[in-house]
Ligand binder design. Structure first.
Ligand code: SF4
Ligand code: SF4
Length: 248
């Protein structure tokens, strides 16, 4: 799973390797990077964006999201719909209007993170790469950082935790090459991972827990909290597509 826009390129960084970078208003390049980019929305990205916008999920989907099939995996891939001028709709003169809830790709820049599931219960394998984008003056700043410091500074922990869980679905070991979803499967995918208001009644329906192996405690938690509902949606879809659900 690639957590940044575009193809994964750049120089790998060792886990303890430092780099110099800072981004702030006042730089001549300020806001220039919010135009002309592909801005992927992973499920947790969308949840946070929807909360920031305080709009129904269906409205955010129709107003701000484009859907395509990922060219490599075939999974539905959502991204922010740019303006006719090619800008992110959330960029303003003062900067990002959804800064506290900006998606993973915006948080993690100037790095990119590629991650693969760990084998045998081990943690996911991850690689960070420098994204030396031409015109980005952040690279000329003196502040010295490590990957861990940047991850902390940018509030990436909950994003990476949710993205790692979704990776278990997207990169499931039973997946054979490119997936090809029919309309019904695509609807289930969008509902369980993005349109939680549509998924909640299904999760609350009689017999859902028994049928898919979820405890009443987990269902109750999911029905009371969107992040828990998204986590349930990931596990439900994993069961629907690959035949096994988690039961905690
Ligand atoms: S320093 Fe880089 S990331 Fe920051 S505004 Fe400039 S181009 Fe964008
Ligand atoms: S979400 Fe915010 S940081 Fe990301 S491209 Fe849009 S305006 Fe820029």
């Amino acid at each position: 799973m690639i957590e940044t826009s575009g193809e994964l390129q750049g120089r790998p960084l060792a886990p303890d390797q430092s780099f110099c970078f800072a981004c702030r208003p006042g730089l001549a390049c300020f806001n220039s990077c919010c135009t002309g980019k592909r801005l992927p929305l992973l499920p947790y990205d969308f949840l946070r964006l929807r909360q920031a916008l305080d709009l129904p999920a269906a409205e955010v989907l129709s107003r701000h999201v484009e859907l395509e099939a990922d060219p490599v995996s075939g999974w539905p891939a959502l991204r922010i719909k740019l303006t006719p001028e090619g800008a992110c709709p959330f960029v303003s003169e003062q900067g990002c209007a959804v800064y506290l809830d900006r998606p993973t790709c915006c948080r993690i820049y100037p790095l990119a993170r590629a991650v693969r599931p760990g084998k045998g219960g081990r943690p996911p394998r991850e690689v960070f790469l420098r994204q030396d984008t031409p015109g980005c003056l952040g690279w000329d700043q003196p502040e010295e950082l490590t990957i861990a410091a940047w991850t902390l500074d940018q509030g990436l922990a909950p994003y990476q935790a949710a993205n790692n869980q979704a990776m278990g679905l997207f990169m499931h070991p039973a997946r054979q090459g490119e997936v090809s979803l029919n309309d019904q499967q695509t609807h289930a995918f969008i509902s369980a991972l993005y349109n939680l208001e549509a998924f909640r009644p299904l999760a609350a329906s009689p017999g859902f827990g028994e049928k898919f192996g979820f405890s009443q405690e987990r269902l109750a938690e999911a029905l009371a909290d969107d992040e828990a509902l998204l986590s349930l949606g990931v596990d439900w879809l994993t069961g629907v597509f690959f035949g096994k659900t988690k039961t905690e």
